[in-house]
Design a protein around this ligand. Structure first.
Ligand code: HEM
Length: 401
């Protein structure tokens, strides 16, 4: 028998395997993430809880419905235009990551938490979530001085802040004020499958998860996409052409519609292809449901398996010549071959929201600017969601209207 591995990094294709292989894995959350937020935030799947129930009790995605996104789209477009006006226009050299992050934080705060754009809590949440992200894949040693300890403290502060916000919202709602953000929906919604209401603490934990994921990952993804496009003028031109067609079909002052987004095929395929080659999120954990052997290594039941996005996304059997940029690959990628957002039961619930943010931002950006990357060899730092080490400095070149 081959030596068991204490920690297993999935090889190419592991996520593209047929259901038999997938059924070996029990859905499992990263241990550190779980401890940072403690149960009930995304607890271990338990054999005693039927799957469907578990999905309802523990998952965030169900409530990010397409209707909610369609309803938010126009607002998102205006907010992005406003952000570009306030923080990008009239500037020449900027640290783009900081500006993108400010924008994604503002958008998420409005959509998920119902905060106004100038609410000082947005910056506080952003700082807490950034610090926490660093600890997501750290070794869970809870001693002062460790990355995990620090991240856990930040997670506690974030949850406390969100808890306070929940109390404020509850008070406002009980005095008859209508609220339409995701957090308010969570506060109001019950969990019939569990036969009980979701507790305030559970809502605070889930909302904290949305803050952490919604602020940072789309910002990293957009920075990567902007860099990639800036360095390849032929891609930039094609995106501009597609976006210009959409702009031409609209009256001045009109915001983007759901139909407009469906026309952004080249822009979205390009974005997906860039995320395939340079994924903004590195991977996640699963737990082996039974002993199995892979490539001569035995993975015992109960061990944690870390699957990586890059190895799956660059499997040459699914993506021939995997390092080559080819957005035409995305006419219909087979399931579980393209996994920047994960896959299966725990697929990222923010995927569709992210598509909106990225497309609307790119639409407005290429209408206004060309940009030049000032630090072409800049490193990405961090583990699970890396960020540009120097803040992605660029030179903006405004386009005449
Ligand atoms: C470019 C943007 C994003 C990328 C690349 C990304 C990627 C991922 C990946 C790879 C996973 C793990 C899936 C798995 O375990 O199979 C995940 C989970 C998750 N993401 Fe995202 N994400 C993004 C944006 C967002 C946004 C905007 C939100 C806010 C709603 C979000 C919320 C979550 C949550 C709550 C989970 C845990 C889901 C669960 O375990 O049930 N993500 N994401």
């Amino acid at each position: 028998m081959a030596n068991p591995l204490p920690f297993f990094v999935a090889q190419p294709g592991i996520n593209s395997s047929p259901p038999t292989r997938r059924s070996l894995f029990r859905v499992w959350r990263p241990q550190s993430l779980q401890k940072l937020f403690r149960a009930p935030f995304l607890p271990n799947a338990s054999a005693t809880i039927p799957r469907e129930t578990m999905v309802q009790v523990t998952r965030a995605p169900g409530f990010i419905k397409t209707e909610a996104l369609v309803g938010y789209l126009g607002k998102m477009d205006s907010m992005i235009q406003q952000q570009l006006k306030m923080h990008w226009e009239g500037k020449q050299n900027v640290h783009a990551y900081e500006l993108i992050h400010r924008m994604t934080a503002t958008l998420s705060s409005r959509f998920f938490l119902g905060l106004e754009d100038d609410d000082p809590r947005i910056e506080k949440f952003a700082k807490l979530s950034d610090g926490m992200t660093v600890g997501l894949h750290s070794i869970p040693i809870n001693l002062p001085g460790t990355v995990f300890y620090h991240a856990k403290k930040l997670a506690d502060s974030l949850r406390k802040e969100v808890h306070q916000l929940i109390k404020e919202k509850k008070a406002a709602m009980s005095s008859g004020i209508q609220m339409h953000d995701i957090l308010s929906h969570m506060i109001l919604s019950s969990d019939p499958s569990a036969g009980r209401f979701t507790t305030e603490r559970e809502v605070a934990s889930l909302s904290s998860a949305l803050v952490v994921s919604g602020f940072t990952t789309p910002a990293t993804a957009l920075a990567i996409v902007m860099k990639y496009i800036a360095e390849r003028p032929e891609i930039y031109k094609k995106i501009c052409a597609e976006q210009e067609e959409i702009s031409k079909s609209k009256k001045s002052g009109d915001t983007l519609t759901w139909e407009d987004l469906q026309k952004m095929k080249y822009t979205w395929h390009t974005t997906m292809e860039i995320m395939r080659i340079i994924p903004p999120f590195q991977g996640a954990f699963r737990e082996a449901l039974s002993d199995f052997t892979y490539e001569g290594y035995t993975i015992p039941k109960g061990w944690k398996v870390y699957w990586t996005v890059t190895t799956t996304n660059k499997n040459p059997e699914c993506f021939p010549d995997p390092e080559t940029f080819d957005p035409s690959r995305f006419e219909s990628p087979p399931p579980y071959t393209f996994v920047p957002f994960g896959g299966g039961l725990r697929v990222c619930p923010g995927k569709e929201y992210t598509r909106l943010v990225m497309l609307i931002f790119l639409h407005n950006l290429v209408k206004k600017f060309k940009w030049e990357v000032l630090a072409p060899n800049e490193n990405m730092v961090g583990t699970v969601i890396p960020t540009p080490a120097q803040g992605f400095p660029i030179r903006l070149q405004p386009l005449s209207a």
